[in-house]
Design a protein. Structure first.
Length: 242
């Protein structure tokens, strides 16, 4: 009880003098180290074990099987520089923790995750999108490609699996796929090609066609930046609906 009181007093003093983002990150990292992850809400999950045997670097994760330091907003509480990995196939976040000298993995409660950052990629829970209707096919985590006032673009990472066998062993192979959605006028719209944009914004047909013609090379070699540039262009030419 004395320890908790001490932490509350320190917390109040800290916020009295520090308000910028870097100070807050430093504070939360210090706070989590003091009380340890094991004493936070992060352990409100289930034990995680690997279910797939894969070869080489192929796996169900966004990056690799190894945990990477990332940031997380869980139950509205920020956590910085904690070991995470994103299981794209199951659409779950896995946390590495330690009990004594033994490391173990926890699958976090998905509904409690507001957002997370890993590998400099920022993801939000689809629950954070204020949509007019229930889009069950769009549930889960989305990478934020670009978020503007009028139109935003989100990327859904997916991995499809198939069972394979070579001369020595049976294993699972995963193929990485990406899908995109537009968030416009408080509604979700599927986005897969220029055709879907023209259907959604017929009054911008000339501008959209011109953009695609002038950015063919850019689209081929850096599709992510191409999309950011495209969404920025659309945002400048769209007027928000009341």
């Amino acid at each position: 009880m004395k320890t908790l009181l001490f932490l509350v007093i320190i917390m109040q003093s800290f916020f009295s003098f520090s308000q910028n983002e870097n100070d807050l990150k430093s504070y939360y990292k210090w706070f989590d180290e003091i009380i340890s992850i094991e004493n936070t809400n992060l352990l409100n999950g289930i034990s995680f074990k690997e279910h797939f045997k894969t070869l080489a670097s192929n796996n169900q994760y966004l990056i690799s099987k190894q945990f990477k330091n990332g940031n997380l907003i869980y139950h509205s509480q920020p956590y910085f520089n904690i070991p995470l990995k994103y299981d794209v196939y199951s659409d779950e976040i896995i946390l590495s923790s330690i009990d004594g000298n033994e490391y173990f993995a926890i699958q976090l409660a998905k509904n409690n995750i507001d957002s997370f950052t890993i590998n400099n990629q920022y993801f939000i829970n689809s629950n954070e999108l204020n949509v007019k209707t229930n889009h069950t096919n769009n549930a889960g985590f989305y990478e934020v490609v670009i978020a503007n006032k009028i139109i935003s673009l989100y990327k859904k990472h997916k991995k499809e699996k198939r069972e394979k066998r070579n001369s020595e062993v049976a294993y699972t192979e995963f193929k990485h796929k990406k899908e995109y959605i537009l968030f416009y006028d408080k509604e979700i719209h599927e986005f897969s090609s220029k055709k879907s944009l023209l259907k959604l914004f017929p009054n911008l047909k000339k501008r959209i066609n011109s953009f695609y013609i002038n950015n063919k090379t850019f689209m081929k070699y850096d599709y992510n930046k191409f999309l950011i540039k495209l969404m920025t262009e659309l945002n400048l030419n769209l007027k928000s609906k009341d």
